[in-house]
Design a protein around this ligand. Structure first.
Ligand code: C2E
Ligand code: MG
Ligand code: MG
Ligand code: MG
Length: 283
């Protein structure tokens, strides 16, 4: 009886394993055509400056809409793209598209907002990455000071010497640099002292339920104080409600981003949202 049960369990487990593998292979195969088929788009999530409640930037977030599989999360397909090497073409497309969007919004009369773009560790580590960014800036006519690149701690810490050089090259282009998901990486803080970083993005896991979780509040408070004393800007990610907003505000965080203000929006929806937000702020 027990043996029978054990075998059934094993069979169940291995079926699930196969499912996972099959899905992963399917995604890998479908991802190959995604760029060419125009299945990617960017959504934009506003970033609000707390001192004056102004929208000062947007984060570009990649969306993959597959004809039959539907919407697939970047958390699922970015790691696959990194393994297959497609991240380089996808990353170039994202940067180019974000820069074009930025310029077309300015042409349409929107105020110039900072455009933040996520950069994968694999892209950042690719020799000549800063040159590639310079080329895309030249090609699109992007104003480098309006472009911010989001890097993870892992990306800048893995090959710290080379990273320092690449970061320096990027900064000399005029581009801004932010550390994404700050506080979740396993790394020393010494890089903050030496690397030319502009901003810390406090990971949303610390913001979640911050008003009821003294440990989260203590960590966020410490990160903001650290940022302030090193002359770095701070932004809280994943602010979902008023209580979380009030809490990070009380600790003098510079900016916030999260569902409380808006979800990542398609370009047209962002323009509508922004107009309404300006209207509300004026009223
Ligand atoms: P991230 O850069 O840390 O982006 C923040 C994620 O949190 C986004 O998920 C965003 O939709 C979500 N988010 C924003 N506000 C809230 C909130 O209030 N509550 C909650 N629960 N979530 C919120 P998304 O768009 O699914 O992206 C996931 C991750 O995929 C990103 O994390 C980033 O690491 C990666 N990613 C997205 N777009 C790109 C891209 O163009 N290139 C690269 N290399 N990675 C990307
Ligand atoms: Mg990000
Ligand atoms: Mg993040
Ligand atoms: Mg809460």
């Amino acid at each position: 009886q027990a043996k029978q049960l054990g075998r059934n369990r094993y069979a169940l487990y291995s079926e699930h394993f196969d499912d996972g593998l099959r899905e992963r292979m399917l995604l890998e195969a479908e991802l190959r055509g995604a760029l060419g088929n125009g299945e990617f788009s960017l959504h934009y999530q506003p970033q609000i400056q707390l001192s004056d409640q102004r929208v000062v930037g947007v984060e570009a977030l990649l969306r993959w809409q597959h004809a039959t599989l539907g919407a697939i999360s970047p958390a699922e397909f970015i790691p696959i793209a990194e393994e297959t090497g497609q991240i380089h073409d996808i990353g170039d497309w994202v940067l180019r598209q974000a820069c074009r969007q930025h310029l077309s919004w300015i042409a349409a009369g929107l105020p110039a907002l900072r455009m933040s773009v996520n950069i994968s560790a694999k892209q950042f580590e690719q020799p000549g990455f800063a040159g590639r960014v310079a080329q895309l800036i030249a090609e699109t006519g992007m104003i480098p000071e309006h472009l911010e690149l989001e890097l993870t701690e892992g990306a800048v810490m893995t090959h710290a010497d080379r990273a320092a050089q690449t970061l320096g090259e990027l900064r000399s282009l005029g581009v801004k640099l932010a550390i994404d998901d700050f506080g979740t990486g396993y790394s020393s803080l010494s890089y903050l002292r030496t690397f030319p970083i502009n901003k810390i993005k406090i990971d949303q896991s610390f913001i979640r339920d911050i008003e009821n979780t003294p440990a989260n509040e203590a960590i966020v408070k410490a990160i903001i104080a650290l940022g302030n004393s090193l002359g770095l800007e701070t932004i809280a990610e994943g602010v979902e409600n008023l209580a979380e907003l009030e809490c990070v505000k009380s600790h003098q965080c510079h900016e916030v981003q999260g569902y409380h203000f808006a979800r990542p929006l398609a370009p047209g929806d962002f323009v509508t949202w922004h107009r309404e937000f300006l209207g509300t702020a004026a009223a």
